[in-house]
Design a protein around this ligand. Structure first.
Ligand code: ATP
Ligand code: MG
Length: 356
């Protein structure tokens, strides 16, 4: 074996060289280990059909050729992307993929060298600054791309678009602008939670009304949502920051829609035991295995790769917001039957509020 080959095989990252038609023309030993395919099996195969590469949002990548930017000769490399591949045993593996393009003298793309790093190898480490920036930029980019796209369309074709088309586009822009605003609010909350500078603006909050409003709002995005609200009669008002409580409830109801089931959702308000009220959002989804149940509250943790967008921040922030109110947020799950997220808020007697 040549020294170069040995070096190639001893690289800790998987390397795949593809020709212009996405066929694998060279691979190192790590690539075999990562994909579970022998070298013989890898060579000559179209990497798209063999490995089924998908992006974070579950879309197949490279389905119609390489990225359009590759037509520019000056584009030499592919920025790192999160790509999930399928191994020989049918398992999904999340990887970080970077690549450099190979071109002939005329600048035509002749192939790509890809480097794949298994994401799990870094997962135990806390998210580094750069990863936070990349997750967040990714989350910001998709709504902004659509805002930009629709506004340009509207501006350029205003006279030729039908009213219903314009309405659809404006609704989308409105929705995406909300998403961006929410993400930015969340980011500000993170830094405030971490530095203990979160400011609450407490008022007397009518939780049954707030919960009904949250469900209506989430319904705009998931029209097939069927949620049953049940709050004890004469439910006491709580002294809390309504925006923050709304944020927590929205995340819980939205998570149930995204990761569980839109049918059979229940939002239940109870009082006690003790001087607290609690709100439980329970779904009838697949549930979360016991081993993962506490992890869902960690920053950037996401179980459902490929499911709709998300940054893995929602529950971490929600717990922080509830704790800032001296409440608790906990989860319980019966795999196969569903998950319940329950948060408590302390009850403060109105008289107490006015005491000096
Ligand atoms: P974000 O809320 O920041 O947009 P996210 O929804 O992915 O992103 P979290 O709300 O923190 O982040 O949820 C973390 C993970 O917990 C989710 O990615 C999902 O895998 C899992 N999860 C949350 N709620 C449920 C649920 N009701 N049923 C099953 N899994 C859930
Ligand atoms: Mg969420």
């Amino acid at each position: 074996m040549s020294a170069t080959r040995e070096l190639f095989d001893s690289l800790p990252d998987a390397v795949l060289q593809l020709d212009g038609d996405h066929r694998i023309v060279a691979a190192n030993a790590t690539a075999s280990r990562l994909t579970g395919h022998s070298l013989d099996h890898l060579l000559g195969e179209d990497c798209r059909s063999l490995l089924g590469p998908r992006s974070r949002d579950g879309h197949r990548v490279w389905a119609d050729g390489w990225h359009p930017s590759t037509r520019l000769r000056s584009v030499r490399s592919m920025p790192e992307q999160d790509i999930t591949i399928r191994t020989a045993s049918g398992q999904d593996v999340k990887t970080f993929v970077a690549g450099s393009y190979e071109r002939d003298d005329s600048g035509q793309l002749t192939g790509v060298v890809l480097v794949l790093r298994e994401a799990g190898r870094r997962a135990h480490q806390a998210a580094s600054g750069i990863e936070i920036v990349s997750t967040v930029s990714h989350e910001l980019r998709s709504p902004l791309t659509s805002v930009k796209g629709y506004t340009s369309l509207l501006l350029n074709r205003w006279g030729r678009l039908r009213d219903d088309q314009k309405r659809m586009m404006l609704e989308q822009v409105n929705h995406d602008a909300d998403r961006v605003t929410r993400l930015v609010t969340e980011l500000l909350d993170i830094s405030r939670l971490e530095t203990g500078r979160l400011m609450l603006r407490p008022q007397l909050v009518d939780l049954p009304r707030l919960a009904a409003m949250v469900v209506e709002k989430v319904k705009l995005e998931y029209p097939d949502l069927e949620a049953e609200l049940s709050f004890e009669d004469n439910f006491p008002k709580v002294y809390a920051d309504p925006d923050k409580v709304e944020q927590v409830l929205t995340n819980l109801v939205e998570n149930a829609c995204k990761y569980a089931s839109r049918k059979g959702l229940a939002v239940i308000g109870e009082t006690g035991p003790g001087d607290v009220v609690s709100v439980t959002v329970s779904d009838q989804g697949e549930g979360i295995p016991a081993a993962d149940l506490n992890k869902v509250f960690t920053k950037f943790y996401r179980r459902s790769e490929g499911r709709p967008t998300g940054s893995g921040l929602g529950l971490w922030i929600s717990r922080g917001l509830v704790e800032a109110h001296n409440g608790r947020l906990v989860a319980e799950s019966n795999p196969g039957q569903g998950t319940s997220f329950r948060f408590t808020l302390p009850l403060i007697e109105p008289e107490e509020l006015h005491r000096p």
